[in-house]
Write a protein that binds this ligand. Structure first.
Ligand code: DGT
Length: 229
């Protein structure tokens, strides 16, 4: 079985004054939204789906549609906006005082180390654009605590998620080729196996059916809930 937990030595453990932060990570169509819904039964957990509707309507502009229509032209503004919307989710104060865990779909770190790195590698970002995005990221990490306490990585193979993505039929993704999912997969693997990750990674084999994945989520729920339940 692929499921395992990887510890990183310089882990920044939970800061008492804020909830335990869990990012659900994985390729397009890996099942992140279903995974978040699974935790609905825990009232002390605040859950955030990906802010995709915000990306679809930036004062009338569909940035998600634009980025897939021309990655070279639109990756720079898109990643800026992704950073902003993720930062708001990740650092907002909990909605009530009993919240001990905050779970969100992808993270600011994902944008920086996965999508932005891939975009530079593939030439979707000019070196100057890449540097500007990094300057922002560096500044933010110095000023604000955006640290994660746990990453749950729904690991998949690109062919499996490609089939799921096609079945789902989201309009903006209709032209996304298998090659792009392979790139995102490789970027995830590079990031989550590098020192940049900075927290524990719980890897779950998400090629398997959702019911089997849910069994793993149940098995690891104590860990995912930061030992808080
Ligand atoms: P799931 O539940 O795992 O199938 O995930 P979804 O469908 O809720 O979300 P997902 O992973 O498909 O993400 C929504 C779309 O946004 C998808 O086309 C990938 C794209 N996306 C998310 N974050 C970024 C980013 O930082 N850069 C780029 N270029 N695309 C991103």
């Amino acid at each position: 079985m692929m499921s395992n937990i990887k510890s990183v030595s310089n882990v920044a453990r939970t800061v008492k004054s804020r909830p335990f932060r869990v990012a659900i990570e994985g390729n397009i169509g890996s099942g992140k939204s279903t995974c978040i819904k699974f935790f609905e039964k825990y009232p002390n957990m605040e859950k955030h789906a990906e802010p995709i509707n915000e990306w679809r309507d930036v004062s009338g502009h569909n940035l998600l549609g634009l980025v897939y229509s021309d990655l070279n032209k639109w990756t720079f503004p898109f990643q800026h906006y992704v950073h902003l919307t993720r930062l708001k989710i990740q650092t907002s104060p909990p909605c009530h005082s009993k919240i001990t865990v905050k779970m969100f779909e992808r993270s600011v770190q994902n944008s920086r180390y996965c999508f932005v790195e891939n975009a530079r590698k593939q030439g979707y970002l000019h070196d100057a654009e890449y540097e500007v995005l990094n300057k922002w990221y560096e500044h933010i990490t110095k000023q604000i605590d955006i640290r994660l306490d746990l990453i749950v990585y729904l690991k998949t193979t690109p062919e499996v998620v490609f089939e799921r993505m096609m079945k789902r039929g989201r309009a903006e993704e209709s032209e996304v080729p298998l090659e792009y999912l392979q790139q995102v997969h490789d970027a995830y693997e590079n990031w989550l196996n590098s020192p940049d990750v900075g927290c524990e990674v719980l890897t779950i084999d998400a090629d398997r059916s959702i019911d089997v994945v849910k069994e793993d989520l149940e098995r690891y729920s104590y860990k995912i809930l930061g030992g808080n339940h």
